[in-house]
Design a protein around this ligand. Structure first.
Ligand code: SF4
Length: 394
């Protein structure tokens, strides 16, 4: 790409670049990528997770679509959905109808909820000449059942993409892609660890912008940006403030407005972990990148190493224990359950997670938002009271 050398960026340049990408509803990064790779395709995907390695190995650019917040008025998007659902699909459809997604050659809708599933149908009707795929994920983690099913889903996806791009996905290419995404997760983990140890050096908004930009950029560019950021963030001068440490959970799909993230921190809570861009860290371990069957490596990684998210049916209550473990590991003081209004996966999980927090004696409180929320004073009061309560009485 003819983009500036990310490796020479200082901290503020990295954040400004990321903000530019996140704010840009015309996806000019995508247009530039296509100019630099004229025969290659761009595939948009909805939250939470898709195996981006396969798209990369097909020579394509995977780009995450997380709605448009309050940056576009929803005029036609509303006509496609009933009132009582979340806001994200309205702005995604509005982007489609407004032509903001014209550079995209296809879209993948992972199975997470009925809204995303239905949106794949709307895209099929409104975008007839493009590749549209509803990608199903197994709820059964037995290798012989869920594993066989998931492999067939991935093989079908590979077949489709190869036809679309007119190029093959061979073992070597897929191993290279797996390796690049392993590196990406490692760099993100370093950044996450740094921030958890020094949350005053990088605000939650800056951290969010970098991660969100990572779902737009190519993995090669994003790795370069992260490498320079990991160096430059060490030089940020900032005093540590008397704030509590919180984990924010429930916002893995429709994204909270930046003002909301800022409000939580300004109210006295350092956000030391969140799930705003959950798909970036879907695998807890490296996926083997030197095998003769990389598709199997991706399948096994999904079955054995993926996090237990709200997109997964959890009969053993692993998600509650996983959250409690995270809180303890990060030495956090509490949990904020922060979910979009009408988000079935997040809100159905919430009572179970709250009960798990009670069992583990972890403080928590909850609220709901929508992506175009403009008033934060009630949330500021709630978060501020939560912080004061913990500081004064714990
Ligand atoms: S915000 Fe929740 S309900 Fe809405 S599309 Fe995303 S996962 Fe589905």
């Amino acid at each position: 790409m003819d983009y500036p050398a990310f490796k020479q960026f200082d901290y503020s340049q990295s954040i400004a670049f990321a903000r530019g990408l996140v704010d840009d509803l015309n996806f000019s990064y995508v247009s530039r990528w296509k100019k630099a790779n004229p025969s290659a395709r761009v595939i948009g995907f909805l939250p939470i997770y898709i195996p981006r390695e396969i798209i990369h190995a097909a020579g394509m650019l995977p780009v995450g679509l997380f709605g448009a917040g309050d940056r576009i008025p929803v005029v036609r998007g509303d006509a496609f959905f009933q009132s009582y659902i979340c806001h994200l699909p309205r702005t995604v459809v509005e982007l489609l109808l407004n032509g903001n997604l014209d550079e995209f050659d296809g879209f993948i809708f992972p199975s997470i909820c009925d809204v995303i599933r239905n949106m794949s149908g709307i895209f099929m009707l409104q975008s007839k000449n493009r590749y549209i795929r509803y990608l199903d994920f197994p709820q059964n983690f037995d290798e012989q059942i869920g594993g066989v099913f998931y492999r067939s889903e991935l093989e079908r996806l590979m077949e489709d993409l190869q036809k679309l791009n007119n190029s093959g996905i061979d073992t070597q290419r897929l191993n290279i892609s797996i390796d690049l995404y392993n590196k990406n997760r490692k760099l993100l983990k370093h950044l996450q660890d740094f921030r958890a140890a020094h949350p005053h050096k990088m605000s939650a908004v800056d951290y969010y912008l970098i991660r969100r930009a990572g779902n737009i950029m190519s993995v090669e560019d994003f790795n370069d940006l992260l490498e320079s950021l990991l160096e430059s963030v060490k030089n940020v001068e900032a005093d540590e403030e008397d704030k509590i440490r919180v984990v924010v959970t429930g916002s893995f799909c429709e994204q909270p407005p930046l003002g909301l993230i800022k409000t939580i921190e300004n109210a006295g809570c350092y956000i030391v972990d969140d799930d705003f861009q959950l798909g970036l860290g879907w695998m807890k371990k490296d996926t083997p990148s030197d095998t003769s069957d990389p598709v199997n490596a991706l399948v096994q990684a999904y079955l054995q190493d993926s996090i237990r998210s709200s997109a997964v049916y959890d009969s053993e209550n692993e998600k509650g224990d996983q959250l409690a473990e995270k809180v303890k590991h990060l030495n956090a003081d509490g949990v904020i359950f922060c979910a979009p209004s009408f988000c079935d996966p997040a809100l159905l999980d919430r009572p179970h997670l709250e009960r798990a927090m009670d069992r583990h004696h972890i403080r928590h409180f909850s609220f709901q938002y929508h992506e175009n929320l403009g008033q934060f004073h009630v949330i500021k009061e709630q978060a501020g009271t939560f912080a004061d309560m913990i500081k004064l009485w714990e």
